[in-house]
Design a protein around this ligand. Structure first.
Ligand code: NAG
Ligand code: NAG
Ligand code: NAG
Ligand code: NAG
Ligand code: NAG
Length: 699
């Protein structure tokens, strides 16, 4: 503890230094580079500012995944990405001038002598299900002269085999194929299906590719040799190293180059779509097949595959399509970026920045899958989305992690929400889960959806039962598709019975904020349960059962009356954290469900009272989660911002959160748990719950 305080203080002093480049909208704790799946999640940690060519990129969990960018301009060598050094060969670090991010892109401009290099990392967010599921990401490098003269430019990039395993003593094999694409494929010699080490997949392949072109070359081999070849000659030898070995044994790298030729006068940099801007496009990805194991019955495990396989036969097919689809992908991305920016900027520019930083991170925790039918063909009627509880414990489809993430699905693709609930619902409807409340997660570790036959999952009975009912209704409403409600009606009813028993006076149990420990009579948890009962009233009504709807609706209303008496502090005008503990309070973020669904179960006076109270307890970086600690959660903070009744307080919450994420004191992918006094992350990183930051876009 003591060290933590001291380190924070020292770090704070250093934080006075700002990055030397212009960052728009701000310099985040870590920059998303290739962020599309739990296993394709490559970042550039920042702290007070790290240029693209200052350090190696890392996997979200922190291990290095080397990715190099070198360029020659009129024969002079520059580095633009990574931290390579080559014995006996000198080169200059290009100077980073700007860094911009949007919802889908991270864009760096670096000057390499008389030429500016624009390096665009695009991780697409697609609504087409096949495209959505492609585990690949783009890097485009374009060059423009800044002095009016033309300059000869060659671009080089490589990756190491660290992208396929965190254990660098393990042996890898690789191959390069040249068709309409030039593609390096790298995999472990001894893969372990469905296994992870340090959160990296232990099976599947890395693919690093460009379109085939007379001006493109490739080479595989020892890092110093391949990089030295480019630095000395500006081209690679089109040869393969076939001495397969360990990842760190004479570090094999997988290089690609393109000669951009003579790069002319100051072309406009924002014209990436125009063929006239010389550029090279790389695709990077990690493909594994099958992707997910799902427990159908005690004796049958189903292998599930990424959705895109229904449209492509080989990895080369999908990579080729992906590279050729760049213009479409960029148009789609820009449209989405602009829509998000426009909607979020209506709240504030701080909010727009927070949301833009949240989107890739959130969606990259999930993978969309299908199965093969009895006929051996892909069954695109059997779609399931699987989400990894990144950085906390790796659980599958954790209900109380899916729940805070829902705003991104409700805003972008509500159908995905139904695909995300489907594995949980189907498993519990099959009778394999013994408890009367909702399961906590679909299995202890991604990518095995192995269920909990013994019912000994991390119990959060009221939390998860309420969450499932609220989400099922929200997604059915937004998609207009009640079929899931109909299919699993019995389960929904079972959970409602449980909530009727246990939500007004919740027994001692964990809520989603399990890191804060279990508690009896949690005020905010009771809200969750009551909103869940209210949600079931509407579910019943949607299924034509008005008698049940009326009954549940009146139970929910009755509970709210009783709750108001139990939940009120006797000493301060606020809700308590737990009944009877008058000095306690917390973020009553579960009211967001009532507001979003428009059930109007809880009276306006509750919102007004909490708003007035929060104004008196807010710290520099936000309102603490509750009276037990000074930390807070970013998702719950913004859910609270979405329901407070005072514009000034809403702005204060958003600004505090933005100040935390832009203060230069953190260097992990957007952490959702941080201290409201120091502005320093308190654990958790790269988690899907950043999708909850979109809450203000859906109310
Ligand atoms: C970065 O953002 C600024 C401010 O919106 C804009 O003027 C500039 O063109 C952007 N640069 C790139 C490379 O997108
Ligand atoms: C495809 O999946 C749906 C939904 O799970 C299922 O009802 C149907 O029987 C499956 N079709 C085949 C051919 O297996
Ligand atoms: C929980 O609240 C109920 C209703 O006020 C009360 O009877 C019970 O004693 C409380 N439990 C604890 C541990 O405070
Ligand atoms: C149920 O209620 C809805 C709206 O409240 C009404 O339109 C419908 O006719 C009712 N159905 C029955 C079977 O009473
Ligand atoms: C309302 O629901 C509760 C809980 O399921 C049940 O005990 C009660 O009998 C129901 N009342 C009516 C009028 O259906």
């Amino acid at each position: 503890m003591r060290c933590q305080l001291l380190c924070t203080a020292l770090f704070a002093l250093h934080a006075l230094a700002a990055p030397s480049w212009t960052a728009t909208p701000f310099n985040p704790p870590s920059i998303p580079l290739a962020v599309r799946t739990p296993y394709l999640s490559t970042w550039l940690p920042q702290g007070q500012g790290v240029a693209l060519n200052d350090a190696w990129p890392t996997f979200w969990a922190g291990q290095t995944v080397a990715w190099t960018g070198l360029a020659k301009v009129d024969g002079q060598s520059y580095s633009f990405m990574g931290a390579a050094s080559v014995d006996g060969v000198s080169f200059i670090k290009a100077t980073q001038k700007t860094f911009n991010f949007t919802s889908t892109q991270s864009i760096f401009v670096l000057s390499a002598g008389p030429v500016d290099l624009t390096v665009t990392f695009l991780s697409p967010v697609e609504s087409d299900l096949a495209k959505l599921s492609i585990p690949l990401s783009y890097m485009q490098v374009s060059a423009a002269s800044t002095d009016g003269a033309t300059h000869s430019v060659q671009i080089y990039s490589d990756v190491s085999a660290e992208w396929v395993s965190a254990v660098t003593s393990w042996e890898v094999q690789w191959t390069t194929t040249k068709t309409d694409i030039i593609s390096h494929e790298v995999h472990l010699v001894s893969p372990a299906k469905y296994e992870e080490v340090k959160d990296q997949s232990q099976y599947g392949s890395l693919h690093y590719s460009i379109l085939n072109d007379p001006k493109a070359t490739y080479q595989t081999g020892q890092d110093a040799i391949v990089r030295g070849q480019f630095l000395n000659h500006g081209v690679l030898k089109n040869t393969q190293d076939t001495f397969f070995r360990a990842i760190s044994d004479s570090w094999p790298v997988f290089g690609l180059t393109k000669d951009l030729g003579n790069v002319g006068g100051s072309a406009k940099r924002d014209s990436q779509l125009k063929a006239s801007v010389p550029s090279v496009l790389f695709s990077i990805g990690h493909i594994r097949e099958p992707a997910i194991q799902y427990m159908l019955s005690p004796t049958v495990n189903q292998d599930r595959s990424l959705y895109f396989w229904s449209r492509f036969n080989t990895a080369a097919d999908v990579i080729s399509f992906f590279l050729k689809d760049y213009a479409n992908a960029l148009t789609t991305a820009r449209t989405l970026d602009a829509k998000v920016e426009m909607d979020a900027a209506k709240i504030s520019s701080d909010y727009a920045g927070i949301v833009a930083l949240s989107i890739r991170q959130s969606l990259a925790a999930s993978e969309l899958t299908i199965s093969k039918g009895a006929n051996g063909k892909w069954n695109t009627s059997d779609v399931m989305l699987f989400m990894k509880e990144i950085s906390s414990d790796g659980n599958m489809n954790t209900v109380d992690v899916v729940f805070p993430t829902t705003p991104i699905f409700l805003y972008l693709f509500p159908k995905l929400g139904q695909y995300l609930l489907e594995p949980l619902l189907r498993y519990q409807a099959s009778g394999q889960y013994p408890n009367k409340w909702s399961i906590h997660d679909m299995g202890p570790h991604y990518p095995r959806a192995s269920g909990h036959q013994d019912g000994l999952d991390e119990a959060m009975p009221v939390e998860e039962s309420g969450n499932m009912l609220i989400m099922a209704l929200a997604f059915a409403r937004k998609t207009g598709d009640n079929s899931q409600l109909k299919r699993y009606r019995e389960l929904f009813d079972q959970w409602t019975q449980f909530l009727i028993e246990d939500s007004l006076i919740p027994a001692g149990q964990l809520s989603t904020d399990d890191f804060a420990g279990p508690l009896e009579n949690q005020t905010n948890l009771a809200i969750k349960g009551i909103v869940g009962i209210g949600a079931m009233a509407e579910i019943a009504s949607r299924l034509g059962d008005n008698a049940t709807a009326t009954n549940y609706s009146s139970i929910a209303k009755d509970y709210v009356q009783k709750w108001q008496v139990l939940a009120q502090s006797a000493t301060g005008p606020h809700l308590t954290l737990a009944y009877g503990q008058s000095a306690t309070w917390g973020l009553a973020y579960n009211l967001f469900g009532d507001v979003y669904l428009g059930l109007k179960l809880f009276p306006q006076s509750v919102y007004d009272m909490q708003t007035a109270w929060y104004k008196t307890v807010i710290n520099q970086y936000g309102i603490p989660l509750d009276t037990r600690h000074t930390y807070t959660k970013t998702d719950w903070s913004l859910w609270t911002a979405a329901i407070v009744t005072d514009q000034g307080l809403r702005t204060q919450i958003i600004t505090g959160l933005k100040d935390y994420v832009a203060n230069g004191l953190n260097n992990v992918p957007f952490s959702d748990l941080y201290d409201t006094v120091t502005g320093v992350s308190a654990g958790f990183q790269a988690r899907p719950v950043s999708g909850g930051h979109l809450a203000l876009l859906i109310v």
